[in-house]
Design a protein around this ligand. Structure first.
Ligand code: MN
Length: 334
């Protein structure tokens, strides 16, 4: 009996382990293949230790939470709403997976005609793109990444982020889908280049796989994520969401403390939201009407709290506000 129990525990462990949503991706080249630009020891440590740690810690951070069932991109889009451990490790996993993909030992890969034209339109030529990227990478203080991205208005842009953040995240100042990401953490270059980040940046361009980057560009142009980022850029809606979470959700446990304390702020945020610029793809009558309704409801709720009205009345209004908010949010989902 004991033996069976033991086997069962072993099996359960194995199953829960194998169900961890994220795994370390295989590289399409050997660790030594990128020499001399990136040495083999750096590659081994970077892939099997650093990236593996992001994968493990991401799985650990989301285990048993609602975040477990969300796609990686949704975690990134909502970086301000998730715990720091999830943000850092989800970013770490996404960023490194992209990094391995866009590197190659193949020499002289070329961008597609489409990407080439886009680079010409946005940066004049590849050399000035490289210069901008290296500038972004070398001026990034401390650890972080330099990026070439496709923005929601379908333009190319160069940007950089700190730590393991990336341009999909709502914390990024310039947002879009990453096409090239250059890791400028010291762990990416220190063994070979020590403090000479610029030398590493000079060498990395020997390894960029322009065929993969071109494919990424084509896919990004029609990726629904691009429109999601545009809608998610509506900061005032996201701010309103935060206060909805803070005030509405406690009502489920009959906790009226937060709404009593924050009703003024709720009203103010509704006012700011009403006056904000609605993203182009959401500019229709339904959205406008819903924002107006949310403002009226928030004002009424604030007045009810001030007058110390019955909690059941406040709850009813809050429920109405919650539903209206989710209507606007639902427009944002398609
Ligand atoms: Mn790294």
């Amino acid at each position: 009996m004991k033996k069976i129990l033991f086997l069962f525990v072993l099996l359960a462990n194995y199953l829960s382990f194998s169900q961890s949503p994220y795994t370390l991706p295989q590289l399409k080249y050997t660790y030594a293949a990128l020499e001399p630009s990136i040495d083999s020891t750096t590659m081994i440590i970077h892939h099997t230790k650093h990236h593996q740690a992001y994968v493990n810690n991401l799985n650990k951070a989301i285990a048993g939470t609602k975040l477990e069932s969300l796609p990686l991109e949704e975690l990134l889009l909502n970086a301000t709403l998730i715990p720091d451990a999830v943000r850092n490790n989800a970013g770490g996993h996404y960023n490194h997976s992209l990094f391995w993909e866009i590197l190659t030992p193949k020499k002289d890969t070329k961008p597609s005609l489409e990407l080439f034209k886009a680079i010409e339109t946005n940066f004049k030529n590849i050399d000035s793109l490289k210069k901008l990227m290296n500038q972004a990478a070398s001026t990034r203080f401390g650890s972080g990444w330099a990026w070439l991205i496709l923005t929601p208005d379908k333009k190319l842009a160069v940007t950089s982020t700190a730590n393991q953040d990336n341009p999909i995240m709502d914390v990024a100042s310039v947002r879009g889908i990453p096409l090239i990401g250059i890791d400028v953490w010291e762990h990416a270059y220190y063994l070979k280049y020590q403090n000479k980040r610029t030398d590493y940046l000079g060498a990395i361009w020997n390894l960029i796989d322009w065929e993969t980057v071109s494919l990424k560009y084509m896919n990004a142009l029609s990726n629904p994520l691009l429109e999601k980022i545009e809608k998610d850029n509506w900061k005032e809606l996201k701010d309103f969401y935060k206060i909805i979470i803070e005030t509405c959700h406690p009502l489920e446990e009959n906790n009226f403390g937060p709404i009593r304390e924050l009703s003024g702020e709720l009203y103010l945020k509704a006012l700011i939201l009403k006056k904000s610029t609605i993203p182009t793809s959401l500019k229709h009558e339904k959205t406008k009407l819903a924002l107006e309704k949310m403002l009226i409801l928030s004002k009424e709720i604030h007045a009810m709290v001030e007058k110390n009205e019955k909690e059941e009345h406040i709850r009813k209004k809050m429920e109405e506000l919650h539903t209206t908010f989710h209507e606007v949010q639902a427009y944002c989902m398609h």
